[in-house]
Design a protein around this ligand. Structure first.
Ligand code: ADP
Length: 401
C-alpha cells in the first residue's frame, strides 16, 4: 500500500509518500508560499539533487495538484499515476476530547475537527483545508485518515489534565491540558520498548521531544500520564521562541505597561520569547552554541534555563510515576545536542541516571548513551512522526476493508 502523508500549515504543505510494504519513503517534499506565489521542493531518494521550482499555488488544492504532478513526473516522479496512491494520512493538530486515536475521515469527523478549531485556530483550519484539498483533487474514493497530535495524551487522568480554574470553564469551553507531539511521544516510547526488549506495559518512560517546539511526557505502561504542553503548545518548557510556563499575571502587567492588547502579548510569548528572547541571538540551539563559545552570557543563560526546565520536569515525572526505567531524547535538539543531554542528566546519579560521555558524542541515531551499570537507561531515538501517520493510515484503511 502506498500512503501519502500530508502535514498542511497555513501557507505550507509537507508531504511524504511511503511504500508500506517495506516502509520506504518513495519521495518527499515541501510546498511553500501557498496563496502568495508558490514554491515546490521535492526529493526523490534516487537522485542526488533536489527539484526546486516556482509553481503557482493560489490555494492548497493547487499545492496538492503540484505534489501529484511531481510524484507522477517522468523525470522526478516515483509513480506512474495518481491511482498508485492508496490512501492519504493527515497530521491534524487538535482533536480535543473527541479523538483518543487516529480515525478514518468522514463528514462526522470533519465536523469534530471543525469543533476543535477554537482550540487551535491556525493549525486546525490549515489541516481542514489540506483535507478538503485532497478530496477535491483526488476524489472521494481515496480513503483519508486524520492523526492527531493530542490523541496519545487522552489517557491522562483528570488530576493531570485539569487546571485549577472554576470548574465551569472546563464544562463550558473544555479548558484543560491537552498536550501535543503525541505522535512523536508514542513512536519513541514504542521504539524504546523494542530497544530495551521490555514490553511497553512494564515500562515507565520520560520522553523528551526537544526541538524548535519542545514537550516532555510521562509514559507509564505505554500510556501518556502527564505532559508539559497544555491547553495550547505555548505551555511547559521555554522553547525556540516560546516562553513556556510563566506567571499568568505577567500578561495583564505587560498589557498595562507596554500599552498592548492581551493578543499582542500572547504573540510575543509565542514568537519573541524563549531562547530567542533571552539570548537576543537566535532561537536555534546551534547559533546559541556558537554565541556561547564566543562568550555571550545571555546565550548561556538561555540554554541554562532550558536545561534546568527539562531537568525539573523529568524529576517531577519520575516522582509521579514512582520511578523511571528510561529517559528518551528525541527531535532536533534531543537527537543532536549532546550538551543539552549532558547538562540535563548531570547530578542525577542518585536516581540511577548517568550518561557515558563517550557514547554521548554520537548524534542523530538510535543509541543507548547511559554508562553500562546505570539502573536507568538514557536513550537517543530519532523521531519519525510521518511513519506513525502512514502506519495508522494503513491500519485504519485495512480495518475498514
Ligand atoms: P520542529 O519543532 O520545528 O520540528 P526540530 O525537531 O526539527 O524542530 O528541531 C529543530 C531545532 O533542532 C533547531 O532549531 C535547532 O535548534 C536544533 N538542532 C538541529 N540540529 C542541531 C545540532 N546539530 N545541534 C544542536 N541543535 C540542533
Amino acid at each position: 500500500m502506498n500512503v501519502l502523508v500530508i502535514n498542511a500549515g497555513s501557507s505550507s504543505l509537507k508531504y511524504q509518500l511511503f511504500n508500506m510494504d517495506n516502509k520506504a519513503v518513495l519521495a518527499k517534499g515541501l510546498c511553500e508560499r501557498i496563496g502568495i506565489d508558490g514554491r515546490l521542493t521535492h526529493t526523490n531518494p534516487n537522485k542526488e539533487e533536489k527539484y526546486k521550482a516556482d509553481v503557482p499555488m493560489k490555494d492548497h488544492a493547487d499545492a496538492i495538484r503540484a505534489v501529484i504532478n511531481i510524484l507522477i513526473d517522468k523525470e522526478w516522479g516515483v509513480i506512474e499515476s495518481m491511482s498508485e496512491i492508496d490512501a492519504v494520512g493527515h497530521r491534524v493538530v487538535h482533536g480535543g476530547e473527541y479523538f483518543a486515536d487516529s480515525v478514518l475521515i468522514n463528514d462526522e469527523v470533519i465536523k469534530a475537527i471543525e469543533a476543535c478549531v477554537p482550540l487551535a485556530p491556525l493549525h486546525n483550519t490549515a489541516n481542514l483545508i489540506g483535507i478538503s484539498a485532497c478530496k477535491d483533487v483526488m476524489g472521494e474514493n481515496i480513503p483519508q485518515v486524520a492523526v492527531f497530535d493530542t490523541a496519545f495524551h487522552q489517557t491522562m487522568p483528570p488530576e493531570h489534565y485539569m487546571y485549577a480554574l472554576p470548574y465551569e470553564y472546563y464544562e463550558k469551553y473544555k479548558i484543560r491540558r491537552y498536550g501535543f507531539h503525541g505522535t512523536s511521544h508514542k513512536y519513541v516510547s514504542q521504539q524504546a520498548s523494542e530497544m530495551l526488549g521490555i514490553p511497553i506495559e512494564n515500562l515507565r518512560l520520560v520522553t523528551c521531544h526537544l526541538g524548535n517546539g519542545s514537550s516532555i511526557a510521562a509514559i507509564k505502561g505505554g500510556k501518556s500520564m502527564d505532559t508539559s504542553m497544555g491547553f495550547t503548545p505555548l505551555a511547559g518548557l521555554p522553547m525556540g521562541t516560546r516562553a513556556g510556563n510563566i506567571d499568568p499575571a505577567i500578561i495583564s502587567f505587560l498589557c498595562d505597561h507596554e500599552h498592548k492588547e492581551a493578543d499582542e502579548i500572547i504573540d510575543i510569548l509565542n514568537k519573541k520569547s524563549g531562547m530567542l528572547g533571552i539570548s537576543g541571538v537566535s532561537s536555534d540551539f546551534r547559533d546559541l552554541d556558537t554565541a556561547i563559545e564566543e562568550g555571550n552570557p545571555r546565550a548561556k543563560l538561555a540554554k541554562d534555563m532550558f536545561n534546568l526546565s527539562v531537568k525539573k520536569i523529568i524529576g517531577s515525572y519520575i516522582a509521579e510515576m514512582g520511578g523511571v526505567d528510561a529517559i528518551v531524547f528525541t527531535a532536533g535538539v534531543g537527537e543532536n545536542d549532546r550538551s543539552v543531554r549532558w547538562d540535563v542528566c548531570e547530578h542525577m546519579e542518585y536516581l540511577g541516571i548517568k550518561i557515558d560521555p563517550e557514547k554521548n558524542k554520537f548524534r542523530g541515531r538510535q543509541m543507548d548513551i547511559s554508562i553500562d551499570y546505570a539502573r536507568v537507561r538514557v536513550l537517543v531515538i530519532p523521531t519519525n512522526e510521518e511513519l506513525v501517520i502512514a502506519e495508522d493510515t494503513e491500519r485504519l484503511v485495512n480495518e475498514a476493508k
